[in-house]
Design a protein around this ligand. Structure first.
Ligand code: G1P
Ligand code: ZN
Length: 541
């Protein structure tokens, strides 16, 4: 086994987005492409010699090949030990858990999250730091800078590691531990939630649940936790085998892509509870019988009920939500007398708040919820949190949410995505909005009076770092809001995201259909941003 130094030339397109570097599989398969990026990661780090690296992915096409390359490069670059999930499988929250538990230097996650997989699908790679969270912007900026000038990488000339057998082997001086993908994560969950109570509840005959892993990474985790540890009936977990192309599906837990689950929960004789997770296991969707819980409401409900759950019995230090997430959690925070932080989109912005003990729960409108137990959002954690609350309160999901709205008012909310927009046109649309914010502030549109309009800028309260241009916010006097931003995770063209929110205090109005309730704001958003003119879209997507 010898270390080879391979000459290479930079690729210009290796700028990490909202969540690491994401490209289509053929891009990653170009000679040296993955290697360059991995070496750029290592070159941007200091002090990892002899330290531990955690490596795993969501099992999508190219996962195994990428892991073999990374193991040989980690060894050639001097890591002392690598922990890799069996079969190359580790969910994103499991990587975060393992980094923290074993005090690893960092971790590399192979995933493109909820994007489709397969030979023509997407692939991705991201680096997580020693706190278990996504690398902050100064690290991803350094990786990108390095990727632009890289001229060589180091890789061990060795045969592949057997990823399927739990065992310890060596690549040159580097110890490689193939570890069970589930054990450490499941133990962490058991330390936070009342598993005995949940078990009694779901085996008691009065409650039925259905979990959909969408043929992605959470299958083995969900089967181990729900079917084996909590004794839910076999078959509770559907689509539970991770497949390289997710069975041709789109592993995104929302009403559109988790359609099998939606059919079950909105069908006849529906179970009481349903949940789905995404490709890499960090997202979740929560459904009750014939009822959808928006992720923003889910965060608010978890926060309001947190002390019912053992891991959070002492109460919350604070809540953090991404800027486009609805303001429902703010209302809970106000009532609890704790802070609610508003951060830019992307989980990396929660890391400092969690590390500093300022926030306990965090969430994003994009089906992401999590806490200080790891430094990533965590799909199955959210499912267990809900089940623990249900097991204590013994009410339906719908009743719990209705009661929540009656107490706090309802933040009626939705997001519209305009996909496949020409990048130049999308950038012009945003530039126009940016130029207009100064004049929008103070205007009235029908009954909506603008309270403020700005391009969101965030100053991290811990390290003072500033992130600018994080999305256009237009806030109205009645608490309603429109937000515009461009996606940072797509791999083709641009996606314009429009987030709409209206506050409704009157319980008699809480059963309204979301699109109807938001119709005026939707029209306003289209007019202000000239969405039709720039995207060609007629009406909301
Ligand atoms: C999307 C979501 C964002 C999430 C990210 C990674 O990013 O909107 O909340 O953190 O995926 O899962 P976007 O495509 O909007 O940049
Ligand atoms: Zn994900």
């Amino acid at each position: 086994m010898t270390v080879q130094t391979v000459s290479t030339r930079p690729f210009a397109d290796q700028k990490p987005g909202t969540s690491g570097l994401r490209k289509q599989v053929p891009t990653f398969q170009q000679p040296h492409y993955l290697q360059n990026f991995v070496q750029a990661i290592f070159d941007s780090l200091e002090g990892y010699q002899g330290q531990t690296l955690v490596v795993g992915g969501d099992g999508r096409y190219y996962n195994r090949e990428a892991i073999q390359i990374i193991l040989k490069m980690a060894s050639a670059n001097g890591f002392g030990r690598v922990l890799v999930g069996q079969g190359g499988i580790l969910s994103t929250p499991a990587v975060s858990c393992i980094i923290r538990k074993y005090q690893a230097f960092g971790g590399i996650i192979l995933s493109a999250s909820h994007n489709p997989g397969g030979p023509e699908g997407d692939f991705g790679i991201k680096y997580n730091t020693g706190n278990g969270g996504p690398a902050p912007e100064n690290v991803t900026d350094a990786i990108f800078a390095r990727s632009k000038v890289i001229d060589q990488y180091r890789i061990l000339d060795a045969s592949d590691v057997d990823l399927d057998r739990i065992a310890t082997t060596h690549l040159s001086n580097t110890r490689i531990d193939v570890v069970d993908s589930v054990t450490d994560y499941a133990a962490l969950m058991e330390s936070l939630f009342d598993f005995d109570l949940i078990q009694q509840f779901i085996t008691g005959g009065n409650f039925r649940l259905c979990i959909d892993s969408l043929h992605a990474v959470t299958g083995p985790y969900a089967k181990a936790i729900f079917e084996r540890r909590l004794n839910a009936p076999a078959g509770t977990v559907q689509n539970g085998e991770p497949l390289e192309d997710f069975g041709g599906g789109h592993p995104d837990p929302n009403l559109v892509y988790a359609k099998d689950l939606v059919k079950v929960l909105f069908g006849e004789n529906a179970p009481d509870f349903g949940a789905a997770s995404d490709g890499d296991g960090d997202r979740n969707m929560i459904l009750g019988r014939h009822f959808f819980v928006t992720p923003s409401d889910s965060l608010a409900v978890l926060a309001a009920n947190a002390t019912l759950v053992p891991g959070y019995r002492e109460g919350l230090a604070g809540i953090a939500r991404s800027m486009p997430t609805s303001q429902a959690p703010d209302r809970v925070a106000a009532k609890l007398g704790i802070d609610c932080y508003e951060t830019p989109t992307g989980w990396k912005f929660f890391g400092n708040l969690l590390d500093a003990g300022k926030a306990t729960l965090c969430g994003e409108e994009s089906f992401g919820t999590g806490s200080n137990h790891v430094r990533e959002k965590d799909g199955l954690w959210a499912v267990l949190f809900w089940l623990n609350i249900l097991a204590v309160r013994k009410q339906s999901v719908e009743a719990i949410v209705q009661e929540h709205w009656a107490t706090y008012g309802r933040n009626i909310y939705c997001r519209h995505d305009y996909e496949g927009v020409d990048s130049d046109r999308a950038n012009t649309l945003m530039a126009n909005l940016r130029n207009a914010v100064g004049t929008i502030a103070g205007q009235s549109f029908g009954s909506y009076q603008v309270d403020y309009a700005d391009d969101f800028s965030y100053t991290d309260p811990i390290d003072g770092s500033v992130s600018q241009k994080q999305g256009i916010r237009i806030g109205f006097k009645d608490g309603s809001r429109i937000v515009f931003r461009l996606s940072g995770t797509g791999t083709q063209g641009a996606t314009l995201r429009v987030y709409l929110e209206r506050y409704e205090a009157d319980p008699a109005q809480h059963d309204q259909d979301t699109q109807v309730a938001l119709a005026d704001l939707i029209g306003l958003a289209e007019a202000i941003a000239q969405i039709k003119e720039f995207t060609g879209a007629i009406g909301p997507p």
